[in-house]
Design a binder for this molecule. Structure first.
Ligand code: C5P
Length: 422
């Protein structure tokens, strides 16, 4: 058998196995994680026990399996707090609708949900459920909440299900989950809490940060608009990371379907012109980060009534350029923030375009990312970015957007300190 690279050597994984037919894949997942050098401790929910046995999990993991919140032996040898924190990463596979609903709402009435609430480590969920359950608004709401809380996801995949239906809801294959585990462990694994002394909660203390996020909607008439695929995930994650670093954050967001991050002042806008006005009103600030995908053009003379379909001709739209918010902020004289950061989402010649943008817009840093077909960055949960400044280019590996946000906030704090701004 070919030697497997020890990519997870010494890493400790707490694996929570929920109740679903996909639980059989959790057994293979344990094997795959261990052959890469990871130590795996398994927690089996009562529903999970209906599908796999504690004995199989214990044999494969080489460790005792935990099942009950009120097990005295466990509490004396290893309490649930310790169990949830001694790991580098908590993986939930399969993550059932029930487990996700509990975690999204902070319930803690059994061992698995208590561990998810008590942990200070990243949590990676591999959902598995019937397609209707996955697409139910309640599940979608819970997933959005979990993402906003920093939970990472692997899958679900599309495909045929044990119940005979077809669609999203199949648990990702063990090796896909292993890849997500490796990616999750590539960055900081500890989730900082506001006020946590061991984290960088004072990195931006007393600083004001203004961030734009999401797309803008440019009306054609009262019911139609021009938009783009931005989800707002990256901008919102930066806002959360900056708030956790102690900053006063104003997040100016176009229309998105993700929850507002905790601890930030929200301003919700529709158009580029609204966004510009909200940015001007939020300044002065120490840092401005333009993560929004602002529409470059709007429709000139948008109709104030719905344009009717006529047999005569299709309407033609005349576009006119929107204000460039980033360039406007960077050019500010009295109100220019000490640090102005822009994004460059490109499909080709990424670094050349980013360097040109840095100069043209007059900002201090450009975060460049490739949004070409197949990258899944636009609307997705991970990102490969390059930091382009006058000093050169620094490329980061593929990271989830929360980790990009955390690192970017750290970098902004360093640059601010280096600029001598007080
Ligand atoms: O020129 P381009 O749209 O590629 O530039 C992207 C950067 O400029 C992003 O940081 C975006 O938020 C910002 N931008 C802006 N106002 C515009 C267009 C882009 O602030 N009208």
């Amino acid at each position: 058998m070919a030697q497997v690279e020890q990519s997870l050597r010494g890493r400790k994984i707490l694996l929570i196995v929920g109740g679903g037919i996909a639980a059989y894949k959790a057994l293979d997942l344990v094997r795959r994680l261990r052959e890469r050098g990871a130590q795996v401790r398994a927690v089996l929910t009562p529903a999970g026990r209906e599908f796999v046995t504690p004995l199989s999990l214990a044999s494969l993991s080489g460790q005792p399996v935990h099942e009950s919140l009120f097990s005295l032996t466990d509490e004396t040898e290893m309490g649930h707090i310790e169990l949830s924190r001694s790991a580098d990463l908590v993986v939930v596979a399969p993550a059932t609708a029930d487990l996700m609903a509990k975690a999204a709402n902070g319930l803690a009435n059994d061992l698995a949900s208590t561990l998810l609430l008590a942990t200070d480590k990243k949590v990676l969920m591999a959902p598995a459920m019937n397609v209707r359950m996955w697409l139910h608004p309640a599940t979608l709401r819970n997933v959005a909440q979990l993402r906003a809380d920093g939970v990472l996801f692997a899958g679900p995949a599309d495909g045929e299900m044990a119940c005979g239906e077809f669609g999203p809801g199949r648990m990702s294959e063990p090796l896909e989950i292993v890849a997500a585990v490796e990616q999750a462990l590539a960055g900081e694994t500890r989730i900082p809490l506001p006020g946590d002394a061991a984290t960088n909660s004072s990195l931006l203390k007393g600083r004001r940060v203004v961030i734009t996020s999401g797309p803008t909607h440019e009306p054609i008439d009262p019911v139609r608009y021009i938009a783009n695929r931005s989800s707002g995930r990256q901008g919102h994650a930066i806002a959360l990371a900056a708030a956790r670093a102690g900053a006063h954050v104003t997040l100016i967001s176009g229309p998105v379907s993700i929850p507002d991050p905790a601890g930030v002042e929200m301003r919700k806008v529709e158009t580029a012109r609204d966004m510009l006005a909200a940015v001007d009103a939020a300044l002065p600030a120490d840092i401005f980060i333009g993560a929004a995908a602002v529409a470059d053009w709007r429709v000139e003379g948008a109709a104030d009534r719905k344009i009717k379909k006529t047999a005569a001709a299709s309407p033609s739209l005349t576009l006119t350029e929107n204000p460039d918010i980033l360039a406007h902020v960077a050019a500010g004289t009295a109100n220019r923030p000490s640090l102005v950061v822009g994004f460059a989402a490109e499909t080709d010649h990424l670094l050349d375009h980013a360097r040109a943008k840095l100069a043209r817009k007059g900002c201090d840093l450009i975060v460049a990312n490739d949004v070409g077909t197949g990258t899944g960055v636009m609307g997705g949960t991970s990102n490969t970015v390059h930091l382009v400044s006058r000093d050169g280019v620094e490329s980061w590996p593929l990271l989830d957007k929360d980790e990009v946000a955390r690192r970017l906030v750290e970098r902004c704090a360093m640059l601010l300190a280096g600029s001598g701004s007080t």
